[in-house]
Design a binder for this molecule. Structure first.
Ligand code: MEV
Length: 430
């Protein structure tokens, strides 16, 4: 079998790349035919975005409904493989809508670039020199991105920190940059490289890493919504939970997360289910959002949920979320991926801040939906329908058979591929 050491894979044409992967992985002709099915993103577009492209990976694109954020209506595109996420977001947005929807606010888009100084001859002196020349350093950084400056952004401030490490003291310079409607990584990394040599001259230290931090503590977004007991109660078709009780149960679930990292981690996973899905649909760097969210969740030394809940004077549930929001409308996949471009168009966003506000609202909605179900009837009931359909398809069901097999398995509460196969055989035998 061929190995993975292939020199110049990137120079080879599509057919040759496919032939190599086919041989390596023992792919069939059918597999290759599937890989050759392009959707909106052609090979040429994909090949310009990343290296060594052999196809495109597709995800279902769903639309979450009911979102009312700062008085504006949104349909939220969500690209995600997990069942129930789109439905859950829509459901919670509907509950929030009844009391005016979400209020959200993004902070100014200030990102941080980190510059690491090692072998610092005199830490105090280095910091003084940097502070004394901060205006000059900022101006130098801004020379790297005149367009950003023209639009009112650019480097604004310098902060310094000292780290006591196993490898000696390090000085870390933070360059605070207003990145306007960009995600900011490119601008910041370029600026870091521009000012690195000058910082070396000023401090006599060695400048090493020059890179953005995803822990964007100055670029956060907050969202808030009220979920009334009346609408929460009505959200259960059978009416088997009273509004007050649902709220008490959600508060118990929230305080579980607020006091336990194991639970907080899963709560935040649920929040990011929604945020990532909307971020992917709009071509955002969802890994940056993930990293930022989890860094922010542990900022106070203990890993916490990104949401908070309390009861207001009327006994209704108030939910809040805050997290870093490094999203952009300029540069990145939002400008190259055809579906991401349409995703942004469906949202109708005008600024990166507005996109951040939508993501925060989606995160809060997703969390409320999860807590509402988990603390009452449990997750599996809701999952059952789609899950059963997936199992039916895995068993070979086609067209109408899928619904028939899925419905029977759900009825029997026995959702397994072997049962689906038996049922299918039975239906086909008739
Ligand atoms: C599953 O993808 C997400 C949940 O586990 C989130 C949560 O537990 O809050 C349902």
């Amino acid at each position: 079998m061929a190995g993975s050491e292939i020199s110049g894979f990137y120079k080879k044409g599509l057919e040759e790349r496919l032939a190599l992967v086919k041989e390596f992985a023992g792919l069939s002709e059918e597999d290759i035919a599937e890989l050759k099915k392009y959707g909106a993103m052609s090979f040429e577009i994909g090949d310009r975005m990343v290296e060594n492209v052999i196809g495109t990976q597709q995800l279902p694109l769903g639309i979450a409904t009911n979102f009312l954020i700062n008085g504006k209506d949104y349909l939220v595109p969500m690209a995600v493989e997990e069942p129930s996420i789109v439905a859950a977001a829509s459901k919670a947005a509907g509950i929030a809508r009844a009391s005016g929807g979400f209020k959200a606010e993004a902070s100014p888009p200030v990102m941080i670039g980190q510059i690491q100084l090692v072998k610092v001859p005199d830490v105090e002196k280095a910091i003084k020199e940097i502070e004394k020349h901060s205006r000059e350093i900022i101006d130098l950084a801004n020379e790297a991105d005149p367009v950003l400056v023209k639009f009112g952004g650019g480097a604004k401030k310098i902060e310094t920190r000292v780290l006591e490490t196993e490898r000696g003291k390090m000085v870390i310079v933070h360059l605070l940059v207003d990145v306007r409607d960009a995600m900011g990584a490119n601008a910041i990394n370029t600026m870091g490289e521009k000012i690195g040599p000058r910082i070396e001259e000023l401090t006599g230290a060695e400048v090493r890493l020059k890179i953005i931090t995803n822990l964007a503590i100055y670029r956060t977004v907050k969202a808030k919504a009220v979920f009334t007991k009346k609408v929460l109660e009505e959200s259960f078709r059978e009416g088997n939970f009273k509004g007050e009780e649902i709220i008490e149960r959600i508060l118990d679930a929230h305080h579980f997360a607020a006091n336990d990292s194991f639970r907080a981690c899963t709560t935040n996973k649920g929040i990011m289910n929604g945020i990532d899905a909307a971020a992917i649909a709009t071509g955002q760097d969802f890994r940056a959002l993930e990293a930022g969210a989890h860094g922010f969740a542990s900022l106070k030394g203990k890993y916490m949920p990104l949401t908070k809940y309390h009861k207001d004077k009327e006994g209704n549930l108030v939910g809040k979320i805050e997290l870093p929001a490094a999203v952009g409308l300029v540069g990145g996949a939002i400008k190259t991926s055809p579906i991401a471009k349409i995703g942004a168009k469906i949202l109708g966003v005008n600024t990166a801040g507005e996109l951040a506000e939508i993501l925060a609202a989606v995160g809060l909605a997703q969390n409320l939906a999860a807590l509402r179900v988990l603390s009452t009837e449990g997750l599996q009931r809701g999952h059952m329908g789609l899950h059963a359909k997936n199992i039916a398809v895995m068993a070979g069901a086609k067209g109408k058979e899928i619904d028939e097999v899925a419905a029977r398995m759900a009825e029997e509460k026995n959702i397994r591929v072997d049962r689906a196969k038996e049922l299918l055989k039975g239906f086909r035998g008739k």
